[in-house]
Design a protein. Structure first.
Length: 237
């Protein structure tokens, strides 16, 4: 089941924690940059990911991968591990011997698709969207995002990019709710981040299609929150 309806809230001025953020002490920034992990160029290793179509009388599992998702092996491993975890949880919920379901429309189904949402020499990002229906209640949305730096072979978390609670508090003040599912960056032609969509899943949504919300924040408003070591990922002022 694809997540078809994803409203995006465009954030205006994030006032929380922004006062004086651009007036960073030069010595502090220099020291943080000196301690940053050097961007040593490493040759990318691509892997070919195989779609899954496990169709049975008792359940269906359908997992698909955009070809670009396998461009970087460390990222591909995290994405496929996530798919494996979701599959294991789905089958566990069905029990050891799930009974056949005659009506295909009512059959327990795990549907998951992984797509590349950003792809540049210095940064890549993958989105996972889908849902799991176990035959009881409504389908549960499955949403996850990954941001990857090819030069360091590192998958970055929001806490790494934006340490502390200032950005989290600012997003809450602008309507962020639910479970955080990651970040979805938008890149310019040079591969620099122009804005980031912070993705959330609402557990109280009536169906999986309405469960995802995004809050878009321009790079200029993120600069005061991002860790000094990663400021070079953002587009210039």
């Amino acid at each position: 089941m694809k997540v078809a309806f994803i409203p995006v809230l465009v954030v205006g001025l994030l006032s929380v924690g922004m006062v004086g953020c651009d007036r960073q002490d030069a010595a502090q920034t220099s020291a943080a940059s000196a301690n940053a992990t050097p961007l040593t160029k490493l040759p990318p290793i691509a892997v070919q990911l195989k779609d899954v179509a496990d169709i049975t009388p008792a359940y269906n599992v359908a997992i698909s991968y955009d070809a670009a998702v396998g461009q970087f092996e460390p990222l591909a491993k995290q994405v496929t591990a996530f798919a494996d975890q979701q599959t294991a949880a789905f089958k566990s919920a069905l029990g050891a011997t799930p009974a056949p379901v005659g009506d295909a429309a009512q059959r327990p189904t795990l549907s998951l698709y992984m797509v590349s949402v950003a792809n540049a020499p210095g940064l890549a990002a993958v989105a996972a969207n889908g849902s799991a229906y176990t035959g009881k209640g409504a389908a549960t949305p499955i949403v996850q995002r990954w941001v990857y730096l090819p030069h360091t072979q590192q998958v970055l978390s929001q806490a790494q990019l934006f340490p502390g609670t200032a950005l989290t508090n600012a997003l809450k003040s602008k309507g962020a709710a639910g479970t955080a599912a990651g970040m979805e960056p938008t890149l310019d032609s040079q591969g620099k981040i122009t804005e980031i969509h912070f993705v959330y899943v609402l557990s109280a949504a009536e169906n999986a299609d309405d469960a995802v919300r995004k809050i878009a924040v321009p790079a200029a408003q993120l600069r005061g929150f991002i860790a000094p070591a990663y400021r070079g990922l953002l587009v210039s002022k």
